[in-house]
Design a protein around this ligand. Sequence first.
Ligand code: ADP
Ligand code: ASP
Ligand code: MG
Length: 511
Amino acid sequence: MIVMKFGGTSVESAEAIKRVSKIVSSRLKQSPVVVVSAMARVTDQLVGMGHKAAAGDCEASLELLRALRERHLQTAADLLGPKRSASLTPKLEAFFSEMNDFLRGLAAVRELTPRGSDYLLSFGELLSSLIVADAFAIRGLKSAWVDSRECLVTDSTHTRAVPKMAETRERCKKKIVPIVSKKRIVVMGGFIASTVEGVPTTLGRGGSDYSAAVVGAALDARRIEIWTDVEGMMTTDPRLCPDARTIKRISFNEAAELAYFGAKVLHPATLLPAIHQNIPVYVLNSRNLRSTGTQITARAPRSQDVFRAITAKTGISIVNVVASRGIMVHGFLRSVFEALDRHSTSVDIVAISEVSMSFTMETKRLPKALLTEMEQIADVTCEDRQAIICLVGEDIHGKPGIAASVFNTIAEAEVNIRMISQGASEINISFVVKESDVPRAVRRLHEHFFPAKGPALSLQRTERQGRGTRGVNGAHRTNAAAAKKASRSSSGNSKSLVAEKKAGIRPGLNL
Ligand code: ADP
Ligand code: ASP
Ligand code: MG
């Protein structure tokens, strides 16, 4: 059995869904289970509808709903023809009617809770999966639609629920295996699940990848295929840098690091279930039927390049917490960490000294109550519109000169670095810059570490190039000194120690 996941752009239109049918036909012998996202942009539109209704603008939200209905009915008609689409339409209409009732109710109460949001957003995947299942059937593929809410069981952390693997495994075995053993193709929506009590939940934006991996792990699939709109995992986001190249092979650890630090092509938690059961994951291009894409496995051959890839995560805030004068230094850090824990906040990069701490986290996840609480014990300042740039590669382990080369390149691009981190595992070097500096910094780094022509940049060349040039933030240093200093200091305190605190930030999975 294999799991094939198709993202929003891969099911965005009748044409795209026809391509999906062809791709799935080529895998029939491997007993595919198909997981689909909502059609492209639909989840954003559902979010928009929810906001409009909650703001009391019922008519505007229903107007958006009408457009959504039109698009889905038209796609179904284009794919299925009048007869078959007539039999599907009542099922689609039942969903639109539920959404209509919900939006009206929302406009009356004017409050969209996380639970309500999950309910509303779940319709995107319910609609697309119903259409895809019928599109397969009319093309001679024996298919069966399965309601993901009856298969994936999560906790009740609405908007980013955590799968409960034991229950999910049991449900998937019961609901999916009998269908697959009759040689039928299961089609189900990604992203959506439900609590044990049956309340709809979602796995967080971009979560269909994660659904596919969870289903793959639950069914002990032989492989998990993530079909998307690019040729695989690439050396950086091709939208930022058109010279980005496809990575043929990459390890679980490297790919997980890239996904966590902003490579949107994979939801950050996708690889957890795959790693746990050592299931290979492939990232493939649904616009290219012969795509070979990227293979993600426990180990990957050494890269010819210094790094495997560069990624950037925007929407980051830096929070600086400095012990107020007169407050006992002893216990300061403990109080800060306890406050973080009480608010279940997860941070990315941390820089610490005796009397101050700076940390980064996603701006949208920064609770106001946390800042208020910290203000009781410290002076707190917050800077938003920051980004983390991360260079990932297992082969950088134990090689001197690499950090210096990175920071020299950034200095040459005249980009200021705000915080720096290199974890003890040495699989990545990450640092914080202003969001607006991301395109310039990433392009320059990509040019340097993945030159378009000629052989891949060797480490020797990296070291030579970096020597004696300007260091981080414009200071003149030798490479080794700059690198050492860079990986130890941040926020201007010479005694500061940079630590990477990633435990707890990755969505937990009860495997
Ligand atoms: P889907 O709808 O198929 O889930 P996404 O939009 O979520 O697709 O992810 C694919 C997008 O991820 C690509 O179009 C690309 O712009 C972006 N992306 C960011 N970083 C990378 C990377 N390193 N490799 C490939 N794609 C990336
Ligand atoms: N449709 C959801 C989203 O847009 C999930 C996904 O596409 O993976 O976030
Ligand atoms: Mg995605």
